[in-house]
Design a protein around this ligand. Structure first.
Ligand code: NDP
Length: 388
């Protein structure tokens, strides 16, 4: 039996991993819609290859290019923010949400509101709109399958267990490519150095987030919403080998961990096949060859992002959405060569300090307004050179 699939963010790293699995199992999937932002030619090629019904570019200026590339193919082309939302509204068996950033929030919400099954990679959507999104999931009977490797690991460890029996959830962090660097070295880190992750091949934004440890901070907030155990039961440990993807300890002091190759096709396959399993083309885990699994506490002096995220989710209100928005602005500025690596967390902290008195957003529109306002604040700090 074939299942229908919409892939939001088809031209990205998660998109490519998802389509690799679909390509290997073509008979099992009917691709409904594929989306991108501006990569029109790449999107068109994928839409034709996968015989999609619809291809959407978020950047409306790229629609003519998409239309031209799809001429005569039978694939419908669309463009713009609303077209992304409409693509997510089409009924399908599985939506993979892999847009990067808060830009993915409105389409994710649209998929949630039709009660769909959503493999959620787009962590920024959950960080910005945690309560609003989780309330909508409950109200509309949607199914969220955590696709982030850590949350997918926790999800797997929780199968057959009661959340009430959880003593602690520990997110593992590789520590990123700059884990052992000194303060002076971090100050001078270049974008190329920050995105050169030792274990994972990922898009630029999440690679920088891994280097600053903000990725783990965002994941901490994500875990808080996905697994309702309370903040005091959430922890982070640095595990440079990225073999254990996260762990759950229960009251009897049993700890379950999920291990696997550091390849996103593992958690994506777990979501696509859920509640069953599917084959992936990956080599078996060879623990003897890996030799050692090591662990260390996060260094929050050199990498303050996890502290900022912990404080933001503890403060609640609009703080997580502000944290996320400021981080998106800061990472983009770092990648564009406008600020130093160590100023990313500083810009987030300063933006939070200047705008963190807003109440908890109660709707999608309110979240998006908090997001816009925090971006304006962060950009004005940048423009004033206040932190460079
Ligand atoms: P990429 O940057 O590789 O891909 C992002 C995708 O989103 C592309 O298809 C891009 O289109 C699209 N996109 C970007 N901006 C917009 C926008 N404004 N509107 C609509 N679409 C947009 O990111 P990743 O695949 O690395 O990450 C995707 C999400 O998954 C992120 O939230 C990330 O944190 C999360 N994640 C990623 C992991 C990984 O291994 N990569 C691991 C765990 C989570 P275009 O090509 O046209 O720009």
């Amino acid at each position: 039996m074939t299942r229908s699939l919409t892939l939001l963010g088809a031209t990205g790293s998660i998109g490519a991993s998802t389509l690799d699995l679909v390509r290997r199992n073509r008979g099992e999937w009917q691709v409904e819609a594929l989306t991108a932002n501006g990569s029109a030619a790449e999107l068109a090629a994928l839409a034709i290859e996968f015989d999609a019904k619809l291809a959407v570019v978020g950047d409306e200026a790229c629609l003519p290019e998409l239309r031209a590339a799809l001429a005569g193919s039978g694939v419908t082309a669309a463009g713009g923010r609303q077209a992304l939302v409409e693509a997510a509204q089409h009924p399908v068996d599985m939506t993979v949400a892999a847009i990067v950033g808060c830009a993915g929030l409105a389409p994710v919400m649209a998929a949630v509101e039709r009660g769909g099954t959503i493999a959620l990679a787009n962590k920024e959507a959950l960080v910005s709109a945690g309560e609003v999104l989780m309330e909508a999931v409950a109200k509309h009977g949607a199914t969220l399958l955590p696709t982030d490797s850590e949350h997918n690991a926790i999800f797997q460890c929780l199968q057959g267990n009661r959340i009430a029996d959880v003593a602690k959830i520990t997110l593992t962090a590789s520590g990123g490519p700059l884990r052992t660097w000194t303060q002076a070295e971090l100050d001078a880190a270049t974008p190329a150095e920050a995105v050169a992750h030792p274990n994972w091949s990922m898009g630029a934004k999440i690679s920088v987030d891994s280097a600053t440890m903000m990725n783990k901070g965002l994941e901490y907030i994500e875990a808080y919403h996905l697994f309702p155990v309370g903040l005091e039961k959430l922890g982070i440990v640095v595990h440079p080998q990225s073999v254990i993807h996260s762990m759950v300890e229960f009251h009897d002091r049993s700890t379950l961990a999920q291990l696997g190759p550091s390849d996103m096709r593992v958690p994506i396959a777990s979501c696509l096949a859920w509640p069953q399993r599917m084959e992936t083309p990956l080599a078996p885990l060879d623990l003897a060859a890996i030799g050692q699994l090591t662990f260390e506490a996060p260094n929050e002096v050199l990498f303050p992002a996890t502290r900022l995220a912990r404080e933001a989710i503890a403060a609640g209100g609009s703080a997580p959405a502000i944290l996320n928005a400021a981080n998106e602005v800061a990472v983009a500025a770092f990648l564009a060569g406008q600020i130093r690596f160590t100023r990313i967390a500083a810009l987030v902290e300063e933006t939070l300090a200047r705008s963190n008195d807003a109440p908890r957003p109660a709707s999608l529109d309110e979240v998006l307004e908090v997001d816009r306002s925090a971006r304006r604040q962060a950009l004005s700090l940048l423009e004033n050179n206040a932190l460079v």
